[in-house]
Ligand binder design. Structure first.
Ligand SMILES: [Ca+2]
Ligand SMILES: [Ca+2]
Length: 219
């Protein structure tokens, strides 16, 4: 009996180290697009993503960027941003990306955000995809998983949630947000990205088992 309890404690020790390492590996900067402050700019809109911590590849350099809620006098009028006062606005085929860290074996990435379809004069909006890549999406990276959300009716917004599965260890994890409908002048706005690494289920189960053994030893 004593030998079995010792084994249990050893298991707890190794698993705690593994989980702590994994949880510290994901970090998204400015997921709410509150930087830079665009309130003083013409139309409360900055073309492009300079100063936002996001890299951008824009299909048309004149369309897409950071836009404040209630911005007027512009072809795109955005509603109340769900978090703070600013959104990211993407034009057809454009995408933004960020290096967010790494994932361990069996780990997945849980993502939530808000999608919005602003009014404009160009017909329906763009679908939006969220993607995880191993390596830079503009140079040599490989797309590991993605989920696409359909465009919304004018003025509508929706809370979106998905879990992306890389299928293994990812050393150079990139997160990508893309306006996937690359025709006409389709747009989409997004806000409030929250990313969380989900530990592999087996580790959680073993942690529970180890915890039980620890409790038994204390009695
Ligand atoms: Ca925001
Ligand atoms: Ca707001």
């Amino acid at each position: 009996m004593k030998r079995m309890l010792t084994l249990g404690l050893a298991t707890v020790g190794s698993l705690v180290i593994g989980v702590a390492t994994a949880d510290a590996a994901i970090s998204l900067t400015n997921g709410s697009f509150e930087q830079p402050d665009v309130s003083g700019l013409t139309n409360k809109y900055q073309t492009g993503f300079a100063g936002s911590s996001w890299e951008a590849v824009m299909s048309n350099p004149s369309y897409g960027g950071i836009i404040a809620e209630g911005a007027g006098g512009f072809a795109v009028e955005n509603a109340d941003a769900p978090d703070g006062i600013q959104w990211a606005f993407l034009n057809r085929g454009s995408y933004i990306y960020q290096h967010i860290g790494s994932l361990g074996a069996g780990e997945k990435l849980h993502v939530t955000f808000t999608q919005y379809m602003q009014t404009n004069s160009s017909g329906i909006g763009s679908d939006v995809s969220i993607e995880i890549w191993n390596g830079n999406p503009t140079s040599g990276g490989t797309k590991l998983d993605s989920v696409t959300f359909a465009t919304l009716p004018y003025g509508d917004r929706a809370f979106r949630e998905a879990t992306l599965d890389p299928g293994g260890v990812v050393s150079e994890l990139y997160f990508v947000v893309r306006a996937v409908t690359n025709t006409g002048d389709k747009n989409v706005s997004v806000d409030n990205f929250v990313l969380t690494a989900i530990p592999e289920p087996a580790s959680l189960a073993l942690m529970g088992l180890g915890g039980l053994l620890l409790v038994r030893r204390r009695r």
